[in-house]
Design a protein around this ligand. Sequence first.
Ligand SMILES: Nc1ncnc2c1ncn2[C@@H]1O[C@H](COP(=O)(O)OP(=O)(O)O)[C@@H](O)[C@H]1O
Ligand SMILES: [Mg+2]
Length: 262
Amino acid sequence: MPAKGAETVTVTDRVPGTSDLQQVAVSVRAVSRSYASRRGRVAALEDVWLHVSPGEVVAVVGPSGCGKTTLLELICGLQAPDCGTVEAGPAALMPQQDLLLPWASVIDNAGLALRAAGMSRPAARKVVAPWLERFGLAEFKSARPAALSGGMRQRVSFLRTLLSGKPVLALDEPFAALDAITRAEMQGWFGHVLAAQPRTVVLVTHDVEEAVVLADRVAVMAPRPGRMIAEIDVDLPRPRRRTDASVATLRAQALRALGMQL
Ligand SMILES: Nc1ncnc2c1ncn2[C@@H]1O[C@H](COP(=O)(O)OP(=O)(O)O)[C@@H](O)[C@H]1O
Ligand SMILES: [Mg+2]
Protein backbone atom coordinates (compact mmCIF):
# COMPACT_ATOMS: atom_id res chain seq x y z
CA MET A 1 0.00 0.00 0.00
CA PRO A 2 1.20 3.50 -0.65
CA ALA A 3 2.71 5.17 2.37
CA LYS A 4 2.23 8.69 1.09
CA GLY A 5 -1.19 10.19 0.52
CA ALA A 6 -3.14 6.95 0.97
CA GLU A 7 -5.30 8.53 3.65
CA THR A 8 -6.33 11.31 1.27
CA VAL A 9 -7.87 8.93 -1.24
CA THR A 10 -11.33 10.21 -2.08
CA VAL A 11 -13.63 10.42 -5.02
CA THR A 12 -11.14 12.96 -6.47
CA ASP A 13 -9.29 9.90 -7.70
CA ARG A 14 -11.63 10.16 -10.63
CA VAL A 15 -9.88 11.65 -13.58
CA PRO A 16 -11.29 15.14 -14.17
CA GLY A 17 -13.53 15.66 -17.15
CA THR A 18 -14.37 11.97 -17.46
CA SER A 19 -17.42 11.72 -15.21
CA ASP A 20 -19.45 10.35 -18.09
CA LEU A 21 -16.82 7.81 -19.03
CA GLN A 22 -18.69 4.97 -20.69
CA GLN A 23 -17.75 1.47 -19.80
CA VAL A 24 -16.91 -0.57 -22.87
CA ALA A 25 -15.83 -4.12 -23.55
CA VAL A 26 -12.83 -5.43 -25.45
CA SER A 27 -13.45 -8.35 -27.73
CA VAL A 28 -10.75 -10.22 -29.63
CA ARG A 29 -12.09 -13.08 -31.73
CA ALA A 30 -10.12 -15.67 -33.66
CA VAL A 31 -7.29 -13.23 -34.31
CA SER A 32 -4.12 -14.19 -36.11
CA ARG A 33 -1.24 -11.87 -36.94
CA SER A 34 2.07 -12.67 -38.55
CA TYR A 35 5.07 -10.55 -39.49
CA ALA A 36 7.39 -10.80 -42.47
CA SER A 37 10.94 -11.73 -41.51
CA ARG A 38 14.06 -12.77 -43.42
CA ARG A 39 13.21 -16.39 -42.73
CA GLY A 40 9.62 -16.09 -43.93
CA ARG A 41 6.62 -15.16 -41.85
CA VAL A 42 6.64 -15.23 -38.07
CA ALA A 43 3.27 -16.11 -36.54
CA ALA A 44 3.04 -13.64 -33.65
CA LEU A 45 -0.56 -14.57 -32.75
CA GLU A 46 -2.65 -17.51 -33.84
CA ASP A 47 -6.38 -17.91 -33.24
CA VAL A 48 -6.38 -15.69 -30.15
CA TRP A 49 -9.62 -15.09 -28.29
CA LEU A 50 -9.96 -12.61 -25.43
CA HIS A 51 -13.03 -10.97 -23.96
CA VAL A 52 -12.78 -8.23 -21.36
CA SER A 53 -16.08 -7.06 -19.90
CA PRO A 54 -16.74 -3.38 -19.22
CA GLY A 55 -14.80 -2.35 -16.12
CA GLU A 56 -12.94 -5.64 -15.90
CA VAL A 57 -9.17 -5.90 -15.38
CA VAL A 58 -7.57 -8.75 -17.30
CA ALA A 59 -3.87 -9.46 -16.94
CA VAL A 60 -2.07 -11.13 -19.82
CA VAL A 61 1.04 -13.09 -18.87
CA GLY A 62 3.42 -15.06 -21.03
CA PRO A 63 7.06 -15.34 -21.96
CA SER A 64 8.89 -12.82 -24.09
CA GLY A 65 7.91 -13.06 -27.75
CA CYS A 66 4.48 -14.65 -27.27
CA GLY A 67 2.72 -11.67 -28.84
CA LYS A 68 1.60 -9.59 -25.85
CA THR A 69 2.65 -6.25 -27.33
CA THR A 70 1.12 -7.21 -30.68
CA LEU A 71 -2.15 -8.00 -28.89
CA LEU A 72 -2.22 -4.58 -27.18
CA GLU A 73 -1.46 -2.77 -30.44
CA LEU A 74 -4.33 -4.61 -32.10
CA ILE A 75 -6.67 -3.60 -29.27
CA CYS A 76 -5.58 0.03 -29.64
CA GLY A 77 -6.05 -0.07 -33.41
CA LEU A 78 -2.36 0.58 -34.08
CA GLN A 79 -2.23 -2.46 -36.31
CA ALA A 80 -4.79 -4.72 -37.95
CA PRO A 81 -5.18 -8.50 -37.65
CA ASP A 82 -4.53 -10.76 -40.65
CA CYS A 83 -7.80 -12.47 -39.80
CA GLY A 84 -10.32 -12.40 -37.00
CA THR A 85 -11.91 -9.33 -35.42
CA VAL A 86 -10.98 -6.86 -32.70
CA GLU A 87 -13.57 -4.65 -31.06
CA ALA A 88 -12.68 -2.11 -28.40
CA GLY A 89 -13.70 1.36 -27.42
CA PRO A 90 -11.26 4.27 -27.42
CA ALA A 91 -8.13 2.80 -25.86
CA ALA A 92 -5.02 4.43 -24.40
CA LEU A 93 -1.78 2.50 -24.80
CA MET A 94 1.01 2.72 -22.30
CA PRO A 95 3.85 1.42 -24.46
CA GLN A 96 6.61 -0.84 -23.20
CA GLN A 97 9.16 1.85 -24.10
CA ASP A 98 7.93 5.15 -22.75
CA LEU A 99 7.42 7.61 -25.57
CA LEU A 100 7.99 10.79 -23.59
CA LEU A 101 8.73 13.94 -25.56
CA PRO A 102 12.39 14.73 -24.78
CA TRP A 103 11.92 18.48 -25.06
CA ALA A 104 8.84 18.71 -22.82
CA SER A 105 8.79 18.91 -19.03
CA VAL A 106 7.43 16.16 -16.81
CA ILE A 107 4.19 18.04 -16.14
CA ASP A 108 3.59 18.67 -19.85
CA ASN A 109 4.48 15.10 -20.79
CA ALA A 110 2.01 13.78 -18.22
CA GLY A 111 -0.68 16.14 -19.51
CA LEU A 112 -0.13 15.42 -23.20
CA ALA A 113 -3.38 13.49 -23.67
CA LEU A 114 -5.35 16.29 -21.99
CA ARG A 115 -3.75 18.84 -24.34
CA ALA A 116 -4.48 16.60 -27.33
CA ALA A 117 -8.12 16.55 -26.20
CA GLY A 118 -8.18 20.35 -26.43
CA MET A 119 -7.40 21.47 -22.88
CA SER A 120 -5.29 24.62 -22.48
CA ARG A 121 -1.77 24.24 -21.10
CA PRO A 122 -2.56 26.00 -17.78
CA ALA A 123 -5.71 23.91 -17.30
CA ALA A 124 -3.87 20.66 -18.09
CA ARG A 125 -1.08 21.57 -15.66
CA LYS A 126 -3.66 22.22 -12.97
CA VAL A 127 -5.13 18.76 -13.46
CA VAL A 128 -1.75 17.04 -13.53
CA ALA A 129 -0.09 18.80 -10.57
CA PRO A 130 -1.81 16.93 -7.70
CA TRP A 131 -1.13 13.61 -9.43
CA LEU A 132 2.58 14.40 -9.69
CA GLU A 133 2.49 14.85 -5.93
CA ARG A 134 0.94 11.42 -5.41
CA PHE A 135 3.32 9.74 -7.82
CA GLY A 136 6.36 11.21 -6.11
CA LEU A 137 7.21 13.37 -9.10
CA ALA A 138 6.31 16.85 -7.82
CA GLU A 139 9.86 18.09 -7.43
CA PHE A 140 10.65 16.98 -10.99
CA LYS A 141 7.69 18.67 -12.64
CA SER A 142 9.90 21.01 -14.67
CA ALA A 143 12.56 18.39 -15.46
CA ARG A 144 13.06 16.92 -18.94
CA PRO A 145 12.76 13.12 -19.35
CA ALA A 146 16.55 12.74 -19.86
CA ALA A 147 17.06 13.85 -16.25
CA LEU A 148 14.84 11.05 -14.87
CA SER A 149 15.54 7.47 -13.86
CA GLY A 150 13.86 4.67 -15.83
CA GLY A 151 11.36 4.15 -13.03
CA MET A 152 10.42 7.82 -12.96
CA ARG A 153 9.94 7.93 -16.71
CA GLN A 154 7.67 4.91 -16.38
CA ARG A 155 5.62 6.70 -13.74
CA VAL A 156 5.18 9.75 -16.00
CA SER A 157 4.15 7.48 -18.87
CA PHE A 158 1.67 5.64 -16.61
CA LEU A 159 0.21 8.93 -15.42
CA ARG A 160 -0.18 10.17 -18.97
CA THR A 161 -2.13 7.01 -19.85
CA LEU A 162 -4.29 7.24 -16.74
CA LEU A 163 -5.17 10.88 -17.40
CA SER A 164 -6.08 10.22 -21.03
CA GLY A 165 -9.70 9.76 -20.03
CA LYS A 166 -10.06 6.77 -22.37
CA PRO A 167 -12.41 4.00 -21.23
CA VAL A 168 -9.92 1.26 -22.17
CA LEU A 169 -6.37 1.12 -20.83
CA ALA A 170 -3.85 -1.12 -22.59
CA LEU A 171 -0.81 -1.28 -20.35
CA ASP A 172 2.40 -2.91 -21.54
CA GLU A 173 4.46 -3.93 -18.51
CA PRO A 174 3.59 -0.68 -16.72
CA PHE A 175 5.48 -1.39 -13.51
CA ALA A 176 8.41 -3.42 -14.84
CA ALA A 177 11.16 -0.82 -14.40
CA LEU A 178 10.18 0.12 -10.84
CA ASP A 179 11.90 -0.94 -7.65
CA ALA A 180 9.81 -3.18 -5.38
CA ILE A 181 8.67 -0.40 -3.04
CA THR A 182 7.66 2.04 -5.77
CA ARG A 183 5.96 -0.79 -7.64
CA ALA A 184 3.83 -1.62 -4.61
CA GLU A 185 2.94 2.08 -4.27
CA MET A 186 1.96 2.40 -7.92
CA GLN A 187 -0.07 -0.80 -7.78
CA GLY A 188 -1.86 0.69 -4.76
CA TRP A 189 -2.70 3.86 -6.69
CA PHE A 190 -3.80 1.82 -9.67
CA GLY A 191 -6.27 0.00 -7.40
CA HIS A 192 -7.57 3.24 -5.89
CA VAL A 193 -8.08 4.89 -9.27
CA LEU A 194 -9.94 1.89 -10.67
CA ALA A 195 -12.08 1.62 -7.54
CA ALA A 196 -13.07 5.29 -7.90
CA GLN A 197 -13.61 5.06 -11.64
CA PRO A 198 -13.61 1.60 -13.19
CA ARG A 199 -11.98 1.22 -16.59
CA THR A 200 -11.65 -1.72 -18.88
CA VAL A 201 -8.03 -2.76 -18.52
CA VAL A 202 -5.73 -5.13 -20.38
CA LEU A 203 -2.57 -5.32 -18.32
CA VAL A 204 0.44 -7.08 -19.81
CA THR A 205 2.96 -8.24 -17.25
CA HIS A 206 5.61 -10.91 -16.91
CA ASP A 207 5.09 -10.82 -13.15
CA VAL A 208 2.54 -13.55 -12.38
CA GLU A 209 2.13 -12.37 -8.80
CA GLU A 210 1.35 -8.83 -9.97
CA ALA A 211 -1.23 -10.30 -12.35
CA VAL A 212 -3.01 -12.09 -9.50
CA VAL A 213 -2.83 -9.10 -7.14
CA LEU A 214 -4.30 -6.64 -9.67
CA ALA A 215 -6.54 -8.52 -12.07
CA ASP A 216 -10.04 -9.99 -12.10
CA ARG A 217 -8.79 -12.63 -14.50
CA VAL A 218 -5.40 -13.82 -15.72
CA ALA A 219 -4.98 -14.90 -19.35
CA VAL A 220 -1.93 -17.07 -19.91
CA MET A 221 -0.17 -17.14 -23.30
CA ALA A 222 2.39 -19.45 -24.88
CA PRO A 223 4.81 -18.56 -27.69
CA ARG A 224 5.48 -19.76 -31.25
CA PRO A 225 2.81 -19.20 -32.24
CA GLY A 226 1.42 -16.82 -29.62
CA ARG A 227 -1.84 -18.22 -28.27
CA MET A 228 -4.01 -18.35 -25.16
CA ILE A 229 -3.44 -21.51 -23.15
CA ALA A 230 -5.27 -20.85 -19.88
CA GLU A 231 -7.58 -18.43 -18.11
CA ILE A 232 -7.64 -18.11 -14.35
CA ASP A 233 -10.43 -16.27 -12.51
CA VAL A 234 -9.15 -14.28 -9.55
CA ASP A 235 -12.16 -14.28 -7.27
CA LEU A 236 -10.45 -12.72 -4.25
CA PRO A 237 -11.43 -9.65 -2.22
CA ARG A 238 -9.39 -6.46 -2.62
CA PRO A 239 -6.98 -5.13 -1.59
CA ARG A 240 -4.82 -8.21 -2.08
CA ARG A 241 -1.30 -8.70 -0.89
CA ARG A 242 1.48 -10.66 -2.49
CA THR A 243 1.87 -12.57 0.74
CA ASP A 244 -1.78 -13.79 0.85
CA ALA A 245 -1.98 -17.59 0.75
CA SER A 246 -4.80 -17.43 -1.83
CA VAL A 247 -2.62 -15.23 -4.07
CA ALA A 248 0.18 -17.79 -3.83
CA THR A 249 -2.21 -20.59 -4.81
CA LEU A 250 -3.38 -18.81 -7.98
CA ARG A 251 0.17 -17.75 -8.79
CA ALA A 252 1.22 -21.40 -8.66
CA GLN A 253 -1.71 -22.30 -10.93
CA ALA A 254 -0.62 -19.68 -13.49
CA LEU A 255 3.00 -20.80 -13.34
CA ARG A 256 1.96 -24.42 -13.91
CA ALA A 257 -0.03 -23.28 -16.95
CA LEU A 258 3.18 -21.61 -18.17
CA GLY A 259 4.93 -24.95 -17.82
CA MET A 260 7.13 -23.98 -14.89
CA GLN A 261 8.27 -26.69 -12.51
CA LEU A 262 7.34 -25.71 -8.96
N1 LIG B 1 7.39 -5.35 -36.35
C1 LIG B 1 7.76 -6.64 -36.30
N2 LIG B 1 8.37 -7.23 -37.36
C2 LIG B 1 8.73 -8.54 -37.32
N3 LIG B 1 8.51 -9.35 -36.26
C3 LIG B 1 7.91 -8.82 -35.20
C4 LIG B 1 7.51 -7.43 -35.13
N4 LIG B 1 6.93 -7.19 -33.92
C5 LIG B 1 6.98 -8.37 -33.26
N5 LIG B 1 7.56 -9.34 -34.01
C6 LIG B 1 7.73 -10.74 -33.61
O1 LIG B 1 6.46 -11.23 -33.20
C7 LIG B 1 6.56 -12.02 -32.04
C8 LIG B 1 5.73 -11.41 -30.92
O2 LIG B 1 6.28 -10.15 -30.55
P1 LIG B 1 5.68 -9.24 -29.40
O3 LIG B 1 4.25 -8.97 -29.70
O4 LIG B 1 6.55 -8.06 -29.24
O5 LIG B 1 5.78 -10.21 -28.13
P2 LIG B 1 5.93 -9.89 -26.56
O6 LIG B 1 5.41 -8.52 -26.32
O7 LIG B 1 5.12 -10.96 -25.88
O8 LIG B 1 7.38 -10.02 -26.21
C9 LIG B 1 8.04 -12.11 -31.72
O9 LIG B 1 8.55 -13.29 -32.31
C10 LIG B 1 8.63 -10.89 -32.40
O10 LIG B 1 9.96 -11.10 -32.77
MG1 LIG C 1 6.27 -6.86 -25.41
